[in-house]
Design a protein around this ligand. Sequence first.
Ligand code: GCU
Length: 649
Amino acid sequence: MNRMKCLYLIAFAICASVLGFNCAVAGELADEDGSRLWLRGDKYNGAEVLFRGSMTPSIEIALSELRGGWRGGPVRLELKKGGGKESFRIFSDKNGIKITSAGDAGLLYGAYHLLRMQNTGADMSNIDVSEMPAFDLRILNHWDNPDGSIERGYAGHSLWRWDELPGVVAPRYREYARANASVGINGAVLNNVNASPTILTKDNLVKVKAIADELRPYGVKTYISVNFASPMVVGCLPTADPLDKGVGRWWKDKVDEIYGLIPDFGGFLVKANSEGQPGPCDYGRTHAEGANMLAAALARHGGIVMWRAFVYSASDSDRAKQASLEFQPLDGEFAPNVIVQIKNGPIDFQPREPYSPLFTSLEHTPTMVEMQLTQEYLGFSNHLAYLAPLWKEFFDFVPPSSLKGIAGVANTGDDVNWCGHHFGQSNWYAFGRMAWDPGLTSGEVAEEWLKQTFCSDSAFVTPVKGMMLDSREAVVDYMMPLGLHHIFAWGHHYGPEPWCEVPGARHDWLPSYYHRADKQGIGFDRSVTGSNAVSQYPDSLCRLYGDVSTCPEEYLLWFHHVPWGHKMRSGRTLWDELCHRYDHGVSEARRFQCVWDMAEPYVDSRRFRDVQSKLRIQSRDAVWWKDACLQYFATFSGMPISYGIERPV
Ligand code: GCU
């Protein structure tokens, strides 16, 4: 700092204190930057916490968390035989509170659960809680690249500093692992599904090991995404054909090398023959043959393959049908340690999609669902969209018990507040909590998060929780109501461009492929007389969705091409309903601004202002979406844009 600047600052500080600004200045210093997430329990050091038995790093963490944050009487931790290693029981007896589990991870989860109960004001008298996770696999998928960029990441650069590793191990790796453990997330795929083969070089595997060593004590297993052509790129083999003996041997040796470094390595995530990625189909082999070859290499060490079903091509067949067409015939052909990982909907993380029919048509194949936390199609880290209601909607159709696991495309980056938007943290939190217990309601989870992240005062929690619960529906309304989907601008997935035309572009990458607006109406006819995608659903749903008069209106334009004058349940015409929904989305975004403005007394000024500015962007974007879409669609409907039309009496 130069001398003048320094003198100026001293003079400013003296004036400020003389003029009585010192509270404001002190207030600024005390401001929160959001880096502490929901883990901001008091640092109280007098808690009596006991454990007898053989100590492990996870138990050490459990003890130190309780010693730091617990404000009640004595707590004892005990390893007990029987039950799952991640399950736990917390109960009170005459000596205080006891946490028991068959595994050290269970004791750690129990410790976080107890602290959560305390910090959210739960009734702690005669406590007796038993918890077990609904899914064995609760995994974050990081789409992080070796150069530090993140595909569809909106919170800065990658958390992993590949250029410094393994020499420098950033403290943030542990903070990240701690946050995951506190909500029960037990796995992390470190790199992008569009995987660089170089992740498998010796140099990089040593870096992966360094991260794995940081995550392990928190019960977080390390996985990596692999590129199917790695034997050619890294191993210099002439082919990556999964049935080639040399290829199989190469993968076995590579897997052995990984387990030599990381004995509890989790396994591979694979995107193959999708969006230009190499895969077994390049050699005339099936997805099952490709997956099983990798699975054989991993099985010897207890590792798994998560094989993605996100496939579609430029064929004439409806994109929404393609994953099922390709994977359903392979049902039952995958090795036992292969899990087919399927996005929640048949297209691609749209604000609303029906569930992917693969979940009900694959009957003999273990499956897991892939959700997206990073808001690729929901306003990036500029819009507040609490996603638990979207995930709950999915579970209404696909019972958690039918799934082996759940993956979430992470929304974390090296931004100080981790997720770009302070409320983005709630999606990380909710993902973990719902992966542990999908029976929790969206409201319960939102409330837990708000109380731990901001404050417990009901004058704050009640309205802000309401805003969170309404936020995803608002995004649907101002972006793509009534089953519209994928009408984003070319080149990014942020703003609207339903009119987009790019000469020579693949038709299924253009919005007109999806909305199909014309003089008669709008929407994609997927009924039996259209693409017949509806027939991929079980009979009862096929009938429900396939008939325009029974199809739930939230999926109407997903399954039908509907005339503009079609009478909706509200009594409005389809056109007026579309206008109403867009307009409603905008009013909701504006209402959220008012809700947040009233929250000011309860939130530190820094986070208050951050969120306030983001909500302003969201409101403007909502207007942009509404105006762009309605004005464009009006060129087909030929009808005036009617805002705020009320239900006719
Ligand atoms: C979307 C996303 C891509 C991503 C792909 C995937 O298409 O835009 O960036 O790679 O999904 O899930 O593989």
